[in-house]
Design a protein around this ligand. Structure first.
Ligand code: 5GP
Length: 210
């Protein structure tokens, strides 16, 4: 049985806060793409910490990739990873950005936000599809600007990854607030009983170092 680690809303808030400065300095994001559902809340919290005095809020766009939660099983941590690609393809195809939305990405520093990098399948797929779409539109419009993708996750599991990311991202455009063992992270937005969730988190005593 895989170990469960409970993460509270305060933990998430603090992980975003402590990562913001590095994200601003190194990635200089001009737009956030949140991968749903787990990336939405971290992306929104992070945005508050990325706001510069007198600056505009960075806009957030969402893509709805969902690996585990729509498979109709009560035990998400037990779903085999082989299901992933198929489901991803299906979900992403039905929600692809319009060419107008892609045009808006050209030449920008774009920060992709998700809650956890587990097998890396989702991140690989998201980066691959976005880079492909942006490249196609850039060429079609005869534009020359470079579009840079970077990644922020709350947790990266230290394990062998099934997915891969471009070297440029892995080497200098990837930030995980915490690296964890191969545990199952229980995020607060998935909790049915938040008091119980927080009680279990306090009992574990991980704080936001989980
Ligand atoms: P990956 O594609 O990296 O294997 O998985 C990414 C997605 O799987 C996450 O966005 C999340 O929805 C789900 N996932 C993977 N590991 C965990 C975990 O430990 N806890 C939760 N709650 N979701 C996870």
């Amino acid at each position: 049985m895989v170990q469960k680690v409970y993460v509270t809303y305060n933990d998430v808030h603090k992980l975003c806060k402590e990562s913001a400065q590095q994200i601003l300095e190194e990635f200089k994001p001009e737009l956030i793409i949140a991968i749903g559902g787990g990336g939405y809340i971290p992306a929104r919290i992070l945005r508050s910490f990325l706001k510069q005095p007198n600056g505009k809020n960075i806009s957030i766009q969402a893509i709805g990739l969902s690996l585990y939660e729509n498979l109709g099983t009560g035990e998400p941590e037990e779903v085999p990873g082989t299901e992933v690609i198929h489901l991803l393809t299906h979900v992403m195809t039905s929600q692809q950005f319009s060419s107008e939305a892609i045009n808006h990405l050209i030449g920008k520093n774009i920060l992709i936000v998700d809650e956890v990098d587990d097998t890396r399948t989702t991140l690989q797929y998201a980066v691959q599809e976005l880079e492909k779409d942006v490249k196609e539109q850039t060429e079609k419009l005869g534009r020359t600007e470079k579009t840079n993708f970077s990644i922020f996750v709350l947790h990266n599991k230290d394990k062998e990854k099934r997915g891969t990311l471009p070297d440029e991202i892995v080497n200098s455009r990837y930030l995980a607030a915490r690296t964890t063992k191969d545990v199952w992270l229980c995020y607060p937005w998935e909790a049915v009983d938040i008091e119980e969730h927080d009680r279990l988190a306090a009992q574990q005593g991980n704080g936001f170092s989980a």
